[in-house]
Design a protein around this ligand. Structure first.
Ligand code: URA
Length: 230
């Protein structure tokens, strides 16, 4: 990576201030002053700024059990957000990999790693998300077949991708989808003449919501969980 990118990521300096610090001779690579912002460096290269040794922050990956009534946003002036559930020192740089509606509960992933979250949310990557859906009306075999095939949502030209459905009881299903359209699950059930009473996401790809986490609690992902989604 470029030296100015490294400095900006390893410190609170903007990219422009990082370039100024480099051209002013404040930065050394392996003990030698370097004034070229475009110099290529590796994360493990020994780099100092005014004598202070620098390193890149490690990426963070968290799972959170989202409670009802909390919104999936990093900031909101009126309602509590999922960020309010995290200590201030770990919030920096985190973003949400796949939002949930305010009334949906369950597994939310937060990370500083943009490439990793892209693989979870991109419709081009087939990363299934599984929701426990409780319904107003009983589900029949015809509605299940429609969901499995793909349904046309109101005001949308393309049907949803084939979903997988596991019926748990008359009014409860597990629905797995690999897209993230706006209110997708609620709209899919509306398209087959039903209504969602409760929605809980419990799996994203190979990562399952930890049953030890009460609503509002979070934990770091394990290395296996991180690489399982990479
Ligand atoms: N689909 C919905 O309708 N709501 C969610 O929160 C997630 C998926």
């Amino acid at each position: 990576m470029r030296l100015d990118y490294f400095i900006a990521n390893a410190t609170a300096l903007s990219r422009r201030d990082a370039k100024k610090a480099i051209s002013s001779g404040l930065v050394k690579i392996e003990g030698r002053t370097c004034r070229k912002a475009g110099t290529q460096v590796m994360p493990e290269t020994g780099i100092t700024l005014e004598g202070q040794s620098l390193s890149l922050p490690v990426e963070r990956y968290l799972m959170l059990h989202k409670p009802e009534g909390v919104i999936s946003a990093t900031k909101d002036s009126r309602q509590p957000t999922v960020m309010d559930l995290l200590p201030a020192e770990i919030r920096r740089g985190l973003h949400i990999a796949g939002r949930l509606d305010a009334d949906t509960t369950g597994l939310l992933l937060l990370t500083t790693d943009g490439q990793w979250s892209h693989r979870i949310t991109s419709p081009r990557v087939n990363c299934p998300k599984t929701y426990r859906v409780t319904l107003m009306e009983p589900m029949d075999a015809d509605a299940i077949a429609q969901l499995e095939q793909g349904v046309l949502l109101h005001d949308e030209p393309r049907p949803t991708r084939p979903a997988s459905v596991c019926q748990l009881s008359e009014r409860a299903i597990d629905l797995s989808i690999s897209e993230g359209r706006y209110h997708q699950v609620k709209r899919m059930l509306a398209a087959v003449g039903n209504h969602v009473n409760g929605l809980h996401r419990w799996r994203i790809g190979s990562v399952v919501l930890d049953p030890a986490l009460a609503p509002g609690q979070y934990r770091e992902l394990t290395c296996e969980e991180i690489s399982g989604l990479a």
